[in-house]
Ligand binder design. Structure first.
Ligand code: CDP
Ligand code: MG
Length: 687
């Protein structure tokens, strides 16, 4: 499977090694040297050792000047290579300089796992228990206390807080981290913090300092948006990375990635670890299995391979494996999603294999469909990925695409806000009290169609009424109270009419956590067979209900989860999520009633939120969506994969070889019509 001849060498792109050591003030273009240094770490946890580690980070030498520069600024942009110490150190520096004395320091992260692990690390570095001075807050989990001064949180959580406190009065500083990712929540936060800062100033309140942080990004664009905020550069150490392209386009990037892994493995000395970028959990698990299988057949002389998957939903004990030192004489291969691009730092990587692909949400405002699909990365992402090979020494990046394919990539990743369904965002903005949502100060305004589409969707759900401007209804206000997407919040509100809130809360909770299934790639058939007993003929939502009930029936037993190929950790989280959702329901005086075995009530209720996601069986046995007549199929993992019900509703669509519906329920044509007569206009034909 050698593919060496397929790789051709090209010189390193001039754009790669960015001008080193700059500190530039955008207004007067003054340049001055700021940083230098290196970083290392063996993960030892003792305090003195950690202090040494801190001092070795590139950001450390800039500490004094950085603080001095930031002190008078109301907004600033801080740029630095991944691993230079921005996320862990800057909040600590501000804390040490007394910035917290006034109010808290918030640091937002697009990813939940990053918020948690970084908070853990910083608490260790400060020699403090997590949840005291340093804490974190992510959806359904608040690990902060009355003494918390540095709070790592997901961008979504800060947005939620802003609903109750638009001026963000608890914070002296908000650090918006990983901004290059341009998640929908970060993009909305830009506008929210900017507005809060201006209003606090107007009212003579304590200044709200805004620090926008990122690995790479279009600096001027950000700076302009934040009233020409100055840009501070921190040098990270970046060694030369040799870039290789394939000579021909690759038809199967997973296969090419495997071939590249073994080519590198054969050709390079042990202890040079490999990082492979793939797109999602299933793909990664199956690639990990293939690598392990192939490795068994290699000659005795080749170094042992340690293969680790890495994706956000991976149980945390397994995630930690990637940070462990590789034993001498062996080689570690990490197969990761784009989580390894910038949000986490892994030591020892010498070779990066970049498939050039990423899984992204893509929304078509004309069809109203939100699709999860594999797309090409941007050039900026490609450079981030190759940069992972040159953190500690020169390295190599194998790009599994041709140089001309690279040239055709977008320069920067398209902001999520321009490619996602905006109904959650609009609902939140309205709940924040922003009156003219369609003209909100977005850094990159979404298209008119997608804004209007979102408002229409909210209107259909009964959350807004369209006046001259869209206005929140009392029901919409209630929906915004739930940390859920509007459709799921609607399902909860609808449960009152069907006396099934108990069951609905269970289903919504199970849908809100990462998968409750645990399917090791090597035991796929066993897992399916064992879990067959939970399968409901009415669909996946009721299957989830069966699983949850069985789990509670055995007192949340861990061994039982293991024996039944279920993810105990995620099920436990679901129990916790349900408790929290129940509290919101109690506040809203929604009666938590049970419908017992009446699955019709439950499915009718699901229709109230998901009637827009209905699909209809055609004569030839194919499904099409009711809204846009798009051909779709039932996902093979669904409990109704073998059945052909006339109508189904689904939670999401995934595009792979086909467009698949996931998380389905069998429904009746009349139920759909009854929940939204104006949407369907005519009764749906019974088959
Ligand atoms: O934000 P940036 O990429 O600039 O760096 P960082 O996340 O602050 O990481 C700085 C260093 O802290 C890394 O090189 C790691 O050695 C260490 N770190 C860690 O050990 N565990 C974490 N959860 C986060 C960072
Ligand atoms: Mg960071």
């Amino acid at each position: 499977m050698g593919i060496s001849e397929e790789f051709i060498m090209t010189t390193i792109s001039p754009g790669f090694k960015r001008p080193i050591t700059l500190y530039r003030n955008n207004q007067n273009m003054k340049k001055q040297r700021l940083a230098g240094g290196s970083s290392s770490g063996d993960g030892s946890l003792n305090y003195t050792h950690l202090q040494d580690e801190r001092r070795k980070l590139p950001i450390y030498t800039t500490r004094h000047r950085l603080l001095k520069a930031l002190q008078p600024m109301s907004s600033a942009i801080v740029i630095g290579e991944t691993g230079s110490g921005k996320t862990t150190q800057l909040p600590q520096y501000l804390y040490e300089s007394g910035q917290h004395k006034k109010l808290m320091i918030a640091c937002t992260q697009p990813r939940r796992v990053a918020a948690i692990t970084v908070a853990q690390r910083v608490a260790e570095e400060m020699g403090d228990q997590l949840g005291h001075t340093v804490g974190y807050c992510v959806r359904f989990e608040d690990c902060t206390g009355k003494d918390t001064k540095i709070k790592y949180m997901t961008d979504g959580m800060l947005l939620r807080e802003a609903i109750h406190d638009p001026l963000l009065k608890r914070y002296s500083t908000v650090i918006l981290d990983e901004c290059h990712e341009r998640t929908i929540h970060t993009d909305v936060l830009f506008g929210v913090v900017k507005k809060a800062q201006a209003e606090r100033k107007e009212r003579g309140m304590i200044l709200l300092k805004i620090i926008v942080m990122s690995a790479t990004m279009d600096v001027d664009h950000f700076s302009n948006y934040f009233n020409k905020a100055p840009v501070l550069y921190i040098e990270g150490r970046q060694y030369t990375v040799k870039i290789m392209y394939t000579s021909e386009p690759q038809s199967d990037y997973v296969f090419s990635a495997l071939a590249a892994v073994f080519q590198v493995h054969e050709e390079s000395p042990p202890n040079e670890d490999i990082l492979v970028f793939l797109t999602g959990q299933e793909e990664i698990e199956s690639a990990v299995k293939s690598i392990k299988d192939i490795a068994k057949d290699l000659s005795q002389d080749s170094p042992p391979l340690i293969v680790c998957p890495m994706y956000a939903a991976l149980p945390s004990n397994l995630q930690l494996r990637i940070f462990q030192h590789t034993p001498k004489g062996s080689r570690k291969v990490i197969v990761a999603t784009n989580i390894a691009e910038t949000s986490i730092t892994i030591h020892g990587i010498k070779h990066v294999i970049d498939t050039g692909k990423v899984k992204a949400k893509v929304f078509n405002p004309f069809s109203g469909l939100d699709l999860l699909k594999v797309v090409n990365t941007s050039k900026a992402q490609a450079w981030q990925r190759s940069g992972r090979a040159g953190r500690e020494a020169p390295g190599t990046c194998y790009r599994l695409y041709t140089e001309s394919e690279y040239d055709q990539m977008r320069d920067n990743t398209l902001p999520e806000i321009q490619r996602c369904n905006l109904s959650s965002v609009i609902l939140q903005l309205l709940a924040l009290g922003i009156e003219d949502v369609l003209n909100f100060d977005f850094m990159d305004k979404p298209s008119k169609e997608s804004l209007e589409n979102a408002v229409n969707q909210l209107e259909l759900l009964g959350a807004v009424i369209k006046d001259i401007k869209p206005k929140l209804t009392p029901e919409g206000r209630k929906m915004a109270d739930f940390p859920l997407e509007p459709r799921l919040a609607k399902v909860i509100l609808a449960a009152k009419d069907h006396s099934c809130l108990e069951e609905i809360l269970t289903i919504v909770s199970a849908l809100s956590v990462d998968s409750v299934y645990h399917t090791p790639a090597s035991k796929k058939d066993d897992a399916v067979a064992v879990r067959n007993k939970f399968m409901a003929s009415e669909g996946d939502h009721l299957t989830l209900l069966n699983i949850y009930r069985a789990y509670k029936g055995v007192n949340c037993n861990k061994q039982w989860c293991h024996d039944n190929f279920l993810n105990g950790r995620n099920l436990r989280t679901a129990v916790d999520v349900k408790k929290q959702l129940k509290e919101i329901c109690t506040r809203q005086q929604l009666p938590v009633e049970s419908c017992g075995q009446d699955t019709t009530a439950i499915r009718k209720c699901l229709c109230a939120g998901f009637f827009m996601n209905a699909a209809e069986l055609q004569k030839e046995g194919q499904y099409v969506t009711v809204s846009s007549r798009k051909p779709v199929s039932i996902h093979p993992s669904s409990s109704i994969f073998q059945c052909k019900p006339a109508y189904v509703i689904y939670n999401e669509l995934i595009q792979t070889s086909k467009c698949y519906m996931r998380d389905l329920s069998v429904v009746d044509a009349d139920w759909l019509y009854d929940v939204a007569p104006s949407y369907f206009r005519r009764k749906l034909s019974k088959k």
